[in-house]
Design a protein around this ligand. Structure first.
Ligand code: UGA
Length: 434
């Protein structure tokens, strides 16, 4: 099939590359000329495991191409994916200016039947708005489909190639059949393609992300409570998670969720409820608790240093909002860095992938370590913000040699309490007793 992807952010790029992998002829459009130049040379503009191999293979095979020319893109695809940003407005709602802007261009330009697919996370009713925008000036038949993505950063290629489900929202039989044909190669294992109306598809995405954010947040509250009453959240987590109705995943407490999706989507669903007098009280609580959670270790650090951390050196391991990504959007590490800088601490940071992104935000306010141990040279404390695998089994002897104090503040519960005691460190984690 001939496919056009408009917008080569992380979703567009993964979608385009994976659709090329099943033999489709894919053209990706982006307004950023530098980015398009790079992609034409085979350079993947983001860090996403396994994407580079597929990218190279499909470019070489001539199935994956890039251009800045929107009209060329609208000519090319029988199916046109909109994978455009929907940034958070000041009031928390999703800004649709990019999606509706392109819809206007589509209306003026297309002359043969096209399926227009909303891939971006968009509020309920957006497919209708896109359809109305195109219909105003349309010279041909078209259909608008809502097809939300459920890709996790760091696992996006795997999630696309082997999805647990695909959600297609469309009232048109013709469009449904085309989408079914496009996605059939990815569900050979028997996982479902769920056909529904556009609005339900749009809401499915927000409801899924908001539920997961709520699940994490609930566990964070339980962890904070464990801390106060002397219980161990790891044990509670296992006790709960083995009930299949609850499930083991997304029950890991920590210093809050971050990223480009959960924070934005929870706020957007809350806001769209408010707009029609439907108050999502639970989501309001999720936002509040998560803001608080990002800084719960800060008072513990202050307390350890008797309220004064001026000129204390804090080594930080992990800056990305989660492992296997260089994305620092809404990362808890940033909240801790801001608090620590304000209190006069010196900060040495290390992250396997996110160093450049943090450097462009903080410049020379931080020391950028060459490896995880370099971040601990003469450090008065270690703070862990992201659970990269490399941090799970450190050389504790080396830590003892490098650091001024034997203290670890662990926002991701990486270590076994008994082992840490044997290693002679003072240890603060989330919801566990030391
Ligand atoms: C999330 C969803 O998981 C995807 O299904 C969805 O497609 C995507 O948003 C999106 O809307 O595009 P992502 O933001 O990449 O994916 O990351 P997750 O792996 O879901 O993690 C989100 C945050 O929750 C991270 O900060 C992570 O550290 C935190 N988390 C996750 C916890 O604190 N505890 C857990 O048990 C799990």
């Amino acid at each position: 099939m001939k496919i056009t992807i408009i917008g080569t952010g992380y979703v567009g790029l993964v979608t385009g590359t994976c659709l090329a992998e099943t033999g489709n002829d894919v053209l990706c459009i982006d307004i950023d000329k530098d980015k398009v130049d790079k992609m034409q040379k085979g350079i993947v503009p983001i860090y996403e495991p396994h994407l580079d191999v597929l990218f190279e293979r499909n470019i070489e095979a001539g199935r994956l191409k890039f251009s800045t020319d929107l009209h060329q893109g609208l000519d090319h695809g029988d199916v046109i994916f909109l994978a455009l940003p929907t940034p958070e407005d000041e009031d928390g709602s999703a800004d649709l200016k990019y999606v509706l802007g392109v819809a206007k261009d589509i209306a003026e330009y297309i002359t043969t039947y096209k399926v227009i697919v909303d891939k971006s996370t968009v509020p309920v009713g957006t497919a209708e708005k896109v359809r109305a925008t195109i219909a105003k000036n349309a010279k041909t038949d078209f259909d608008v489909v809502s097809n939300p993505e459920f890709l996790r950063e760091g696992f996006a290629v795997d999630d696309f190639l082997k999805p647990e489900r695909i959600v297609i929202g469309s009232s048109s039989e013709r469009a449904r059949n085309i989408m079914q044909r496009l996605y059939n190669p990815f569900v050979r294992s028997g996982n479902p393609i769920l056909m529904m109306d556009e609005k339900s598809a749009e809401l499915t995405k927000y409801a899924a992300n908001s539920f997961l954010a709520t699940k994490i947040t609930f566990m964070n509250e339980i962890a904070n409570y464990c801390q106060k009453v002397g219980a161990d959240v790891d044990k509670v987590r296992l006790g709960m998670g083995t009930d299949t109705r609850i499930g083991k995943r997304f029950l890991f407490p920590g210093i809050g969720y971050g990223g480009s999706c959960f924070p934005k989507d929870v706020k957007a669903l809350h806001k769209s409820g408010n707009d029609i007098n439907h108050s999502f009280k639970i989501l309001e609580a999720v936002v509040d608790v998560n803001e608080h959670q990002k800084t719960i270790l800060f008072p513990e650090i202050l307390d350890y240093f008797d309220g004064d951390i001026k000129n204390k050196t804090i080594g930080i391991w992990g800056l990305a909002f989660k492992p296997e990504t260089d994305d620092i959007r809404e990362a808890p590490a940033l909240y801790m860095i801001d608090k620590l800088l304000k209190a006069g601490a010196k900060i040495k940071v290390f992250d396997p992938e996110a160093m450049e992104n943090v450097k462009s935000k903080y410049g020379d306010q931080l020391y950028y370590a060459s490896d995880m141990y370099d971040a601990l040279k003469d450090a008065d404390a270690l703070l862990i913000c992201t659970e990269w695998s490399i941090f799970r089994t450190p050389d504790f002897e080396k830590l003892r040699e490098l650091m001024n104090n034997r203290v670890i503040f662990d926002g991701r519960n990486l270590y076994d309490i008994e082992e840490i005691k044997n290693q002679k460190f003072t240890y603060r984690s989330v919801g566990r007793q030391f």
